[in-house]
Design a protein around this ligand. Structure first.
Ligand SMILES: *Cc1c(COP(=O)(O)O)cnc(C)c1O
Length: 349
């Protein structure tokens, strides 16, 4: 077997949820955001592990993701949909007991007409200009919406990965303004907002990336590891090249390991010639272009022929790779491919 090995540590995931839960007061409920197939880790197993850890409310991006999660969790846990109630979603919302976070007057009308009495929440725009009703829109429909007893009113922070950003207090104030005096549970914080402290917590928090081991939750335990098997090792003379486009040329006699994995597995081509993999704690440079299924790695300095090299693990996090390639850990995780042999580790810590 020559596929890469993707290890997902469900105990670490559960520990991260508990750690984020512990950062807020006892009256604050901690949900779990598992959109995009649980940030690439697999929503069925991740969802069940989070439910076992104590999560009772889950959020996904679209109703279809809610369907997959409901199948994994069964009835009981509340599954909310950030995208709200889109045309065509009504049956799924109804049959699977999803809770749409309606984000416009149109959606509110659709919800109340198609599914009167069915639970829903409201999403307000406190300044990000992505989803949610703006203050004027909200003022216009607020009495109708409140009469239907929403389960939650939420908004989302644009800059919570930068705690000192003045956008944070501005959004906090806008959210207070729009929800003043309402007797409805409120939610503003994702992972970054949880770390900014209690004034951002309200009644419910919605961590995502922190559960999966990403910034800004620095104390997170590592959830994802990737090991790629070495298929072949070869000796290059000075002047020989590696891979497509001869993008790397040996300046001295070099030993190259070809590992099984490539951009088809979500290992970005931006790692070409600049990324590293690890043998134990020894960095080994990626040389030449990352191709679809294979990557060349310089292992000249290792005393041994490695059976596999590590891309994600104790020596390199998703954020390290994101920093190398000019993106964020969220994108590294959600690009994880489907070809890996997946292992669900328990109890490594
Ligand atoms: C993705 C998302 C979250 C989770 O954010 P993290 O930064 O991953 O913790 C919470 N709320 C909304 C509306 C989101 O889109």
């Amino acid at each position: 077997m020559a596929t890469g090995r993707l290890t997902i540590d469900l105990d670490a995931l559960a520990a991260n949820w508990r750690a984020l839960d512990a950062l807020s007061g006892a009256h604050v409920q901690t949900a779990a955001v598992v959109k995009a197939d649980a940030y690439g880790t697999g929503v069925a197993k991740a969802g069940r592990a989070l439910a076992a850890a104590g999560a009772r409310r889950f959020f996904v991006a679209v109703a279809e993701e809610g369907a997959a999660l409901r199948e994994a969790l069964g009835p009981g846990p509340e599954i909310s949909v950030f995208g709200g109630h889109m045309p065509g979603d009504t049956d799924m919302i109804n049959d699977l007991g999803l809770v749409p976070m309606v984000n416009s007057v149109d959606q509110l009308t659709r919800q109340l007409e198609a599914l009167p009495g069915h639970p829903f929440g409201i999403q307000l725009d406190s300044g990000m200009n992505r989803l949610g009703m703006e203050p004027a829109e909200w003022a216009a429909v607020r009495d109708i919406a409140l009469a239907a007893q929403p389960r939650l009113i939420m908004s989302h922070l644009a800059c919570s990965d930068e705690p000192e950003h003045d956008m944070n207090p501005r959004q906090l104030a806008a959210f207070h303004d729009m929800t003043q005096g309402l007797d409805v549970p409120l939610s503003l914080a994702a992972t970054g907002g949880i770390l900014m402290g209690p004034e951002y917590h309200f009644d419910l928090t919605r961590p995502g990336i922190g559960l999966f081991g990403g910034r800004p939750f620095a104390e997170a335990q590592r959830v994802v590891e990737i090991d790629l098997p070495v298929i072949q090792v070869r000796e290059l003379a000075t002047g020989e090249s590696v891979g497509y486009g001869n993008a790397w040329v040996a300046e001295r006699p070099t030993r190259i390991a070809t590992v099984s994995g490539g951009y088809a597995d979500g290992i970005t081509r931006h790692l070409s010639n600049i990324g590293v993999m690890f043998f134990e704690d020894i960095p080994c440079p990626i040389v030449g272009r990352v191709s679809m299924d294979l990557i060349g790695v310089d292992v000249t300095h290792l005393g041994v022929e490695p059976a596999a090299l590590n891309l994600l693990g104790p020596e390199q996090t998703v954020d390290d790779i994101a920093d190398t390639t000019g993106t964020i850990g969220y994108e590294i995780l959600t690009q994880l491919g489907h070809r890996y042999t997946r292992h669900h580790a328990r109890g490594r810590m």
